[in-house]
Design a protein around this ligand. Structure first.
Ligand SMILES: Nc1ncnc2c1ncn2[C@@H]1O[C@H](COP(=O)(O)OP(=O)(O)OP(=O)(O)O)[C@@H](O)[C@H]1O
Length: 613
């Protein structure tokens, strides 16, 4: 467990960020190999007795999950019989986690923002890296400025006007600190991006949609610096190979950060100029369906999916694009198939009659040299046709499809100023439960809507979850999505083939020729929740040759459970997670059951998710 007093004292000042970062990074590399060798693997510290706050009924419910038939039913029943016992007399919800004042709780709470659990040690390299990455998050001083910036008219139009937000007083420095201190039970203010009010409601203050760019640039600079220095080239691999972070480690599954770092390093070697980056560990490969699979399963493709992309009404006129969406500017992030840029349109009339700027995100769809026209067409169709037909507050709004001057297809989307969840988790180390729960509930609402519309995503991962500055989560990247049921159909069409990013792929994809795609999305959501809470992947892939997955299967049948999931302190939450990660797909809990579960119902979510049309 990282000593949080170290982390807190190492929170860097925001300016001048570049120099602060480079010096930290250089510091890291000066001590790189040496300190990484000194690092002790993290002791598998168990959280404070998880059962101390759990009633015997909850305990038995937990262990009941390991029996084959009871998991989903039990959670569903629990949902139906849910009582209001989580609400105190005063009407303020007080989850058991916050009621505890054990020292371990506070130290884990103290990791709210500024820790990155790369080595789980106090080594200087770990601390330096922590500081470097924390610089991408929010220092308390910056957070206060950010709060006011986030609320400025410049960004206000990004909030969804249909969303019902909990009214919150304008935060001040002292209110932020005191509220954060209330949560973290520590004298050091850590978190400016998540504020809990006395009535139990909360508000997010996110910024920095370019976090992905900054993180990858930081890592590239580290690698570049090491190459220049000619001595530290091995330092990054050493960090990655560190016993506590390595994919080969039997102690802990890989961190999200280690996976991201490996991707950046690999990609930077392969494509020195502007490599496409996907943050998923082992997940850069997107396995598209073989065309035969869909035909053989009799799957009904979404309307126009057989048409070449060129049949979609495309505006080729770049001036028309600029008139509509403004000029394309900086790169927001990179995906496997191209970059995403921000576009700024000036003089847009807002609802209050004032004129301001409007920002859009424009995503390139490059066709890979190895990609057939058919595959490209399928990807483009899925991404544009499916996403533009979904209208929900928790799904990114797709506005348009254009061809740029080079003939490349580009999708115009709403801009999400909070960046993606993946880089938020990396920058934060891990998320505390209130923040993670809020994102989780929004994710499930988006998934429930999607499934009701007959669409499954099939590539859910933190990289594909975007955030607005006020913490609204939006599912994006429908390149692998499928329409499993048309409105007029009674039965669903099964899916086939393995696709997505390996840590999030459900086990049935590897072993079954055909499967219901909905439980596949639910599985991914379970892994995403664990990634948010622990900053780690649960396993590299849910296959029997993965030691972590094997441990999980074993843990499910045993009293002790699986350690990362057991580290969640609330039995209600653990039960749902075990039910989402049921290896048997038909037993897996569904999205509605999650929302109706005791845990799902008690999650305080700051946005009311709903369909938009
Ligand atoms: N609408 C948006 N608003 C703000 N940032 C965005 C938006 N869309 C994408 N981004 C940024 O660009 C990055 C790349 O997005 P993209 O969807 O292309 O790739 P990905 O999902 O990370 O990877 P892949 O396509 O390989 O799965 C995201 O991680 C995010 O940081």
């Amino acid at each position: 467990m990282t000593d949080m007093s170290d982390s807190s004292s190492s929170i860097p000042q925001q300016t001048p960020r570049k120099h602060a970062l480079s010096s930290k990074v250089m510091q890291l590399f000066r001590s790189g190999s040496k300190s990484s060798r000194q690092v002790k693997p993290s002791s598998n510290t168990q959280p404070p007795s998880v059962n101390t706050n759990v009633s015997s009924a909850s305990k038995s419910a937990k262990f009941g999950l390991h029996t084959p038939t009871s998991a989903t039913t039990r959670v569903a029943n629990a949902a139906a019989n849910a009582t209001a016992n989580a609400v105190s007399k005063s009407g303020i919800y007080m989850p058991e986690y916050y009621q505890s004042t054990s020292p371990s709780h506070s130290s884990s709470s103290a990791s709210l923002n500024n820790q990155i659990d790369i080595n789980t040690s106090k080594s200087s390299s770990a601390t330096s890296l922590t500081s470097s990455v924390s610089a991408l998050s929010l220092s308390p001083a910056l957070a206060i400025n950010t709060s006011s910036k986030s609320l400025s008219p410049k960004f206000s139009h990004h909030s969804n006007s249909n969303a019902v937000n909990t009214p919150a007083p304008t935060p001040t420095a002292s209110s932020i600190n005191s509220n954060v201190n209330k949560i973290t039970n520590t004298s050091a203010p850590f978190c400016g991006r998540f504020l809990v009010h006395k009535d139990g409601t909360h508000k997010h203050y996110l910024k920095n949609a370019k976090r992905q760019e900054k993180l990858s640039t930081m890592i590239k600079n580290m690698v570049g610096a090491s190459k220049l220095r000619g001595e530290a080239k091995s330092a990054v691999p050493d960090i990655i190979k560190d016993p506590s972070t390595s994919v080969n480690s039997t102690k802990n599954p890989p961190t999200l950060f280690a996976g991201f770092m490996k991707q950046v390093v690999d990609m930077d070697d392969k494509y020195p100029e502007g490599a496409p980056i996907s943050g998923a560990f082992n997940g850069s490969e997107k396995n598209m369906y073989k065309s035969g699979l869909n035909e053989s399963s009799g799957k009904v493709a979404p309307p126009s999916s057989n048409n070449a992309p060129a049949t979609t009404p495309i505006k080729k006129d770049t001036q028309c694009f600029a008139e509509k969406y403004g000029r394309c500017q900086e790169v927001l992030g990179k995906g496997a198939f191209g970059v995403v840029r921000i576009c700024q349109k000036k003089n847009v009339s807002s609802q209050d009659g004032n004129k301001g700027e409007k920002l859009y995100a424009v995503k390139e769809f490059k066709r890979k040299a190895s990609e057939s026209v058919e595959k490209y067409s399928k990807r483009l169709t899925s991404e544009f046709c499916i996403s533009s037909s979904l209208h929900h507050t928790n799904i990114v709004t797709t506005l348009d499809l254009f061809q740029d001057a080079k003939g490349e297809y580009c999708e115009v989307m709403e801009y999400c100023a909070g960046g993606d969840l993946f880089t938020l988790v990396i920058a934060a180390g891990k998320l505390e439960y209130m923040e993670a729960d809020c994102f989780f509930k929004q994710l499930i609402r988006g998934v429930v809507y999607m499934h009701e519309m007959g669409v499954c995503h099939r590539d859910l991962k933190p990289e594909n979850l975007l955030l607005t500055h006020d913490g609204m989560l939006k599912i994006t990247d429908f390149g692998n999505s499928e329409c499993f049921k048309m409105a007029w159909e009674k039965n669903i069409h099964l899916s086939g083939g393995v696709c997505g990013s390996s840590p999030y792929i459900a086990p049935e994809e590897y072993i079954k020729a055909e499967f219901d795609p909905r439980p596949v999305d639910i599985w991914a959501c379970g892994v995403i929740y664990m990634a948010m809470r622990t900053g780690r992947q649960l396993w590299s892939s849910a296959e029997k040759d993965d030691p972590f997955y094997l441990n999980y299967l074993k843990g499910r049948k045993e009293k002790g459970g699986y350690e990362p999931i057991e580290s969640l302190k609330r039995a209600r939450c653990r039960n749902v997670i075990y039910s989402m990660l049921d290896p048997v797909p038909y037993r897996r809990i569904n999205g509605k059951q999650i929302l109706n579960s005791e845990w799902g119902r008690e999650i305080k979510c700051c946005h009311n998710g709903h369909a938009l049309k």
